[in-house]
Ligand binder design. Structure first.
Ligand code: ADP
Ligand code: DP6
Ligand code: CO
Length: 361
């Protein structure tokens, strides 16, 4: 390491998109390693619209690891942050920064502390998968800083230990998280089903019903579900395995009718399972329900699905239109049914395409 008490700072920045599950992950079989009770499939969004940007810095003057999320300092004590930091640190390699004349060896990385500043350009903890973009970005930026030479798959497995859904955000396009069978999690990994160019007719519209932080985090919600719901066992063992096969097929064939039916049915079942939890969890609100009715009526009157809806653990709607023309009509319909400045005003719409992880230099 360059000289005693030198005042250098080394930084790395990354930007990572969020992903929205069309077949949902809900329930863990191992809380610490974050191993799911069923496979899930998601679409990664365009980071131009919904993304996390994280800058990580290291300096010999830092005396502890610290993190700021959206400008506020948060505690890194939780097991998830510690697990990610430990896994990345253990894979750090020798680094030489010629510009600043800094050399850091693998062993020195163990002792150096990091400062992390992260920002989500969309509501945090409101059911738009901030934990997915957040932990994927944390792992990616730390790996870049510490000269980690692992492939995307290994980084994805580390991100999974921060938040389950995060393992899918390391890939663009359509991604499957395979739950795996091993107790140590070695086969619980994300795989890309199709890249971001596949099926680029689809347009994703996000209707922000509320940007308030949810009352029940995904982590505690799914823990209560596994402990108290009988429906969840049926879902994980009987329903999801069949849907995964059908969804992969629909994606491969660009079969929008099948894609939409499966996406909507899976979102509805996930929320039914939440209601079957004790105490019951309500992630959707009246506006969410009105959006569902509006889309269902339209799809029925059109004779074939035009738009698919899915709601994560929050009231906000993710709407997937079959093409640009349908997306334009969807926006018109939303504006008509939920006019600005009314009780059910949707504060913003974001149109996103599928996309890939970006390295912000
Ligand atoms: P969401 O539906 O937004 O994913 P969760 O309940 O799953 O909500 O997770 C929210 C939690 O994820 C936050 O309380 C925070 O701990 C973590 N998180 C969110 N954004 C980031 C980020 N950019 N970097 C690190 N952690 C984050
Ligand atoms: C409804 O990945 O946020 O968004 O693993 O405890 O961090 P933890 O939970 P998280 O759960 C996501 C649940 C979901 C569905 C999904 O993304 O598959
Ligand atoms: Co989450």
């Amino acid at each position: 390491m360059a000289g005693e008490m030198q005042k250098w700072v080394l930084m790395a920045t990354a930007q990572t998109p969020t992903n929205i599950a069309v077949i949902k992950y809900w329930g863990k079989r191992n809380e610490d390693l974050i191993l799911a009770i069923n496979d899930s499939i998601s679409v990664t969004l365009d980071p131009a619209h919904l993304c996390t940007t994280t800058t990580v810095a290291v300096s010999p003057t830092f005396d502890q690891d610290r993190m700021w999320l959206n400008g506020k300092e948060i505690s890194l004590l939780g097991g998830r942050y510690q697990n990610c930091l430990r896994e990345i640190r253990s894979r750090a390699t020798d680094l030489e920064d010629e510009k600043q004349g800094i050399k850091i060896t693998k062993r020195e990385w163990e002792k150096l502390h990091v400062h992390i500043a992260s920002h989500n350009n969309f509501p945090t903890a409101a059911g738009l998968a901030s934990s997915a973009a957040g932990f994927a970005c944390l792992v990616f930026s730390l790996a870049k800083l510490m000269n980690v030479k692992e492939d995307q798959g290994a980084l994805s497995a580390i991100a999974r230990q921060g938040s389950g859904s995060a393992c899918r955000s390391l890939y663009g396009g359509f991604v499957k998280w395979v739950m795996g069978k091993e107790e140590n999690g070695s086969d619980s990994i994300a795989v890309q089903l199709a890249d971001e160019k596949h099926w680029d007719d689809l347009v994703i519209v996000i209707a922000v019903v509320s940007s308030r932080q949810k009352e029940t985090s995904s982590t505690s919600g799914m823990r209560d579900t596994v402990e108290t719901s009988m429906l969840i066992q049926h879902r994980a063992k009987e329903v999801v395995p069949k849907r995964i096969v059908q969804m992969e097929d629909a994606i491969k064939k660009h079969d929008f009718a099948a894609f939409a039916d499966l996406t909507c049915a899976d979102s509805n079942q996930f929320h039914a399972v939440c209601l079957d939890t004790y105490p019951p969890i309500f992630y959707m609100n009246d506006t969410s329900h009105k959006i569902i009715s509006c889309v269902e009526k339209w799809n029925r009157s059109a004779g074939t699905p035009q738009v698919a809806y899915t709601f994560d653990a929050g009231p906000n709607a993710v709407l997937i239109a079959r093409n640009r023309k349908t997306a334009a009509e969807l926006l018109q319909r939303l504006l008509f049914h939920f006019p600005p400045n009314s009780d059910t005003d949707l504060n913003s719409y974001v149109i996103g395409d599928k996309s890939i992880l970006q390295d912000a230099g």
